[in-house]
Ligand binder design. Structure first.
Ligand SMILES: Nc1ncnc2c1ncn2[C@@H]1O[C@H](COP(=O)(O)OP(=O)(O)OP(=O)(O)O)[C@@H](O)[C@H]1O
Ligand SMILES: [Mg+2]
Length: 233
């Protein structure tokens, strides 16, 4: 477990052909903090998250997790070697697996022994309130429950970095608010460094310690969130 890992982006640029998507991004994310990346559609949020995940490589600049270099222009540590957990907008669960099998998957990939795996899956499911759903298939769950499964799968390996790409966007607004508050509490408990992409300012305020405003591929502003602003009105 590496609960406290800082993330450092230095001079990160990225382009699709001649279209510059990220332009010279410098950002340090403190170990154990939650940063929200906020900005309008197309500003480069998902691209930045994909760079952090190792799903794509920067054209310029470097990314460090703690002391470890994870990306530079001609080289990138693959996602499976980065010790990350990810949650996407569309849940990305395996439909043929039960809830428990979905959550166990990252541990299975790492050859964690069966007994330990079962214990950790049970703990992760308890953290997201899904103990009673271990044997269901995702198709038998609501959208909110499916996203909880994805969340349990992301945290089960106790990764050093958690990455979220608009995980609540597919849910209705009431559910979004309650799950957002729960996720904020969970992230505080875990103490894992997290980057949370959203275009919803209120979500960002509830979840994050700092909000990074992206605009057309550049950082327009960085602002600290005070505890009192982290509540839904
Ligand atoms: N595969 C691709 N090929 C070409 N351009 C792309 C590709 N993927 C993304 N882009 C462009 O890169 C820019 C940034 O995309 P990105 O997905 O990072 O935006 P975003 O901030 O996540 O937007 P959204 O809020 O809609 O998810 C956009 O202008 C987009 O059109
Ligand atoms: Mg996006």
């Amino acid at each position: 477990m590496n609960a406290f890992t800082a993330i450092r982006l230095q001079g990160i640029s990225y382009a699709f052909g001649s279209h510059t998507v990220l332009d010279d991004i410098d950002l340090t994310i403190d170990a154990g903090s939650v940063v929200a990346l906020l900005g309008p559609s197309g500003c480069g949020k998902s691209t930045l998250l994909r760079l952090l995940a190792g799903l794509t490589q920067p054209a310029k600049g470097e990314i460090h997790f703690g002391e470890r270099l994870v990306a530079k222009p001609d080289w990138s540590l693959p996602p499976e070697a980065r010790d990350i957990g990810m949650v996407f907008q569309d849940y990305a669960l395996w439909p043929h697996m039960t809830v428990a099998q979905n959550v166990a998957f990252p541990l299975k990939m790492r050859n964690v022994p069966r007994a330990e795996r079962d214990a950790r899956v049970a703990k992760a499911l308890a953290r997201v309130g899904l103990e009673a759903f271990a044997d269901r298939k995702p198709s038998g769950l609501s959208g909110g429950q499916q996203q909880r499964v994805a969340l349990a799968r992301a945290i089960v390996g106790e990764p050093r970095v958690l990455l979220f790409d608009e995980p609540l966007s597919n849910l209705d607004s009431e559910l979004r608010e309650s799950l957002c508050t729960e996720m904020a509490r969970l992230l505080r408990q875990l103490g894992t460094t997290a980057v949370y992409v959203t275009h919803d300012r209120r979500e960002a305020e509830i979840l994050a310690d700092r909000i990074v405003h992206l605009s057309a591929g550049s950082i327009a502003a960085v602002r600290a969130v005070t505890p009192s602003s982290g509540e839904f009105a």
